[in-house]
Design a protein around this ligand. Structure first.
Ligand code: GP9
Ligand code: MN
Length: 416
């Protein structure tokens, strides 16, 4: 039955963060171009490696008046990596622990961002130059209500245009913008980049900065592929401007998950010039988030603690779409009621005051161990929230929600 839905629904209603009226609808009716930045972590942004700027374009964008840059934004992914980030962004739910939800629950009912945009006249699609069944995307995208998947077959991979896992990001971006020109508007396109993926291989001509020098080949090459990705994003902006699509779009870019695992702590410690503690490992789960609204002019860097889980309500509100009656666990980052609190899939979490990792409570600013009492209320909250997310997914609870919507008398919220 739907009794679990009532319990989870009560929690969700109690945590609803109403949109900031100043931000609500500022991008209404525009195309949404969302870019999944493969393996991009925030530690490279506005930094150098041996005197080389790593992300020149993305650095400039952090200072751009049309851009909100989120400097304390975290991924919430688990083993499902890119597919988990997709799941989180579409649903504002946590992925599953120990398995990829794209494989295990592709038959569920969801209330995805794509489906909601679709109901509001958007043509919704994902663009990714890989085989369509990778991560079970072809099946899951159906459940998520995505109208079209531009997979590898939509692209022409010319000589020298593939490296590492497949098509290089720059030709992928070029061809994606060509495809966008033909789409009915408004559209919601989610582009998934690929070049900055382990093992971070590049052709010589795409190496724009040298390698780092440490005991980790992975970290050494990472800086180069990140630099290449930065170039690809620059090309994206140029292409969008040249196509005429730019002014009537909003561009959202986020890192999907970490690229450098804890196995490389020694090399990372050398780069950051410190010994990497569980506190640092948690902080290294920061991924960049950019919300770029051409012509907006009032953008800034936001240091609010937030995560991928918050993206769906944040974007829907920017588009002027209500989320009050939806079931989701994040909250609009621009809302005055947004809590500076984000939960990792493995139970770690970050607040504005603390980082909780390996059962130790740290001061979020200094990284010093601090009184467990500071973390305690959030330990409970984190467990509850992850559990509610699991209940929604494992019990396929949103199918009851859909039944309620079809017979509104059963909807308790309509009695409020
Ligand atoms: C594959 C790409 C990379 O299509 O999304 O997947 P990842 O290994 O990062 O999950
Ligand atoms: Mn990925």
């Amino acid at each position: 039955d739907g009794s679990e839905l009532v319990e989870v629904g009560n929690y969700i209603n109690a945590n609803y963060a109403a949109p900031d009226p100043e931000m609500y609808g500022v991008a209404k009716g525009r195309n949404i171009i969302a870019i999944s930045l493969e393996s991009l972590q925030s530690f490279v942004i506005n930094e150098e490696m041996d005197g080389h700027v790593i992300t020149p374009f993305l650095n400039e964008l952090t200072k751009d008046p049309d851009t909100f840059y989120f400097s304390d934004f975290y991924h919430n992914t688990g083993l499902g990596k890119t597919s988990d980030s997709e799941f989180i962004i579409e649903n504002s739910l946590y992925p599953r622990n120990g398995s990829a939800v794209f494989f295990t629950h592709s038959g569920n009912t969801y209330q995805s961002m794509a489906a909601q945009l679709g109901e509001n006249g958007y043509f919704t699609n994902v663009m990714h130059a890989n085989n369509r069944s990778f991560w079970n995307r072809d099946i899951m995208y159906g459940a998520l209500g995505i109208d079209k998947f531009y997979d590898l077959e939509s692209y022409t991979v010319g000589e020298g245009e593939a490296v590492n896992w497949g098509m290089k990001d720059i030709p992928f971006i070029d061809q994606s913008v060509e495809l966008m020109k033909e789409m009915p508007q408004p559209f919601y396109s989610r582009l998934i980049t690929l070049t900055n993926h382990h093992p971070f291989d590049l052709d010589e001509e795409d190496k724009l900065i040298p390698e780092y020098t440490s005991n980790s080949n992975t970290l050494n090459k990472y800086f180069q592929t990140v630099r290449y990705m930065d170039q690809a994003i620059k090309v994206l902006f140029e292409d969008l401007k040249a196509s005429g699509l730019y002014d009537n779009s909003i561009i959202v870019m986020y890192g999907d998950h970490y690229g450098i695992s804890e196995n490389h702590n020694k090399a990372m410690g050398m780069y950051l010039d410190k010994e990497i503690t569980p506190y640092d490992n948690a902080k290294l789960q920061r991924v960049p988030l950019y919300i770029h609204i051409p012509g907006y002019g009032k953008g800034k860097t936001m240091d609010e603690v937030s995560g991928q889980i918050d993206l769906k309500p944040t974007l829907l509100h920017l588009m002027g779409l209500e989320t009050k009656d939806d079931m989701y666990l994040g909250s609009d980052i621009f809302s005055p009621d947004h809590e500076p609190f984000t939960i990792f899939r493995d139970g770690r979490f970050v607040t504005d005051k603390n980082v909780y990792a390996q059962e130790v409570c740290y001061d979020s600013k200094t990284g010093e161990e601090t009184d467990m009492a500071e973390c305690e209320p959030f330990i409970e909250r984190a467990a509850t929230e992850l559990n509610y997310s699991d209940m929604i997914i494992n019990g396929d609870l949103l199918r009851f929600k859909e039944e309620q919507e079809q017979s509104p008398k059963l909807n308790s919220k309509s009695k409020e």
